[in-house]
Design a protein around this ligand. Structure first.
Ligand SMILES: [Zn+2]
Length: 280
């Protein structure tokens, strides 16, 4: 073998691991809910067992109410990493009213005073609701405390957040769900602090070929996308390993370093100081 061939073989081995023993891509789950509002969806032990089966080595927690997040955070076993976001929610109907409800703003302040959170969200807001004084107040609160926002919203709201503060760091839940890809690309180009989380995002295949427009967007912005399980209802929990397999099918169609960035690297860089995924 020439020196170059040996180097190449070594590099391939690093990416793929020894033949036959290929590890599934490790995953940073940037959209995990342990909602306890209507009862426990699965036990804490089952959460970590599902994550183990799914290859999830780290998760961004956000729950309704915040007790679920705090419980998982406190009981995270060695080998798994968790980071927490605070939600302005106690019950489901809060998703429509939180930004004009002073009691929910106070809830956020109380939660944030615990000092365990790195962001606010996931919250829901659409269109001109983002022009409200209450929303501006929450964005200002996040900026003052150096926190992320995890926003389930349309492109109007993303533009509004950046009009309020060009330095905002945002996870766009579902990458806008159905917002036109050209608009998503435009917003990513314009705002370096914007990151797209991909659960339920329309246009991504469960099986089959990754559309060329998506491939182009991932190659243009490999450092701006994250995966998520979005366990928003109890039925979603048992599906978590299958959801991650669906992601891995289209990730396998991207260059290996890009797939690794989207699956693990971006979440680890943004929230874990660049930690490696560790042993499974
Ligand atoms: Zn969600």
């Amino acid at each position: 073998m020439t020196r170059l061939a040996r180097l190449l073989a070594g590099a391939l081995l690093l990416v793929a691991g020894p033949l036959g023993a290929q590890e599934p891509l490790p995953i940073f789950d940037a959209h995990a809910h342990y909602n306890l509002e209507t009862g426990r969806p699965v036990s804490v032990e089952e959460v970590f067992s599902l994550w183990h089966r799914a290859g999830i080595r780290a998760a961004l927690l956000t729950s309704r109410p915040n007790e679920g997040t705090r419980e998982l955070l406190a009981r995270t076993p060695p080998g798994v990493r968790t980071v927490a976001f605070a939600r302005p929610y106690v019950v489901r109907s809060d998703v429509n009213t939180w930004f004009r409800d002073p009691a929910r703003y106070r809830l956020l302040e109380t939660e944030l005073a615990r000092g365990i959170y790195v962001g606010i969200g996931e919250f829901h807001i659409f269109g001109q609701d983002a022009d409200s004084e209450g929303f501006a107040r929450v964005v200002a609160l996040a900026m003052r405390r150096g926190l992320w926002l995890h926003a389930h919203c349309d492109d109007y709201v993303i533009a509004r957040i950046y009009a309020l503060d060009p330095g905002a760091r945002v996870i766009w839940a579902h990458t806008g769900m159905t917002v036109a890809l050209a608009r998503v690309a435009q917003l990513l180009d314009a705002h370096p602090g914007l990151h797209g989380e991909l659960s339920y995002r329309s246009g991504l295949p469960r099986a089959g070929d990754l559309p060329v427009e998506w491939r182009a967007l991932f190659l243009r912005h490999p450092d701006r996308f994250l995966l998520g399980s979005d366990t928003w209802v109890p039925e979603r929990w048992p599906e978590v390993p299958a959801i991650m397999e669906d992601y891995r099918r289209w990730l396998a169609q991207l260059p290996a370093p890009v797939a690794m960035q989207i699956a693990w690297g971006n979440g680890a860089r943004l929230f874990l100081g660049g930690a490696d995924p560790g042993a499974h």
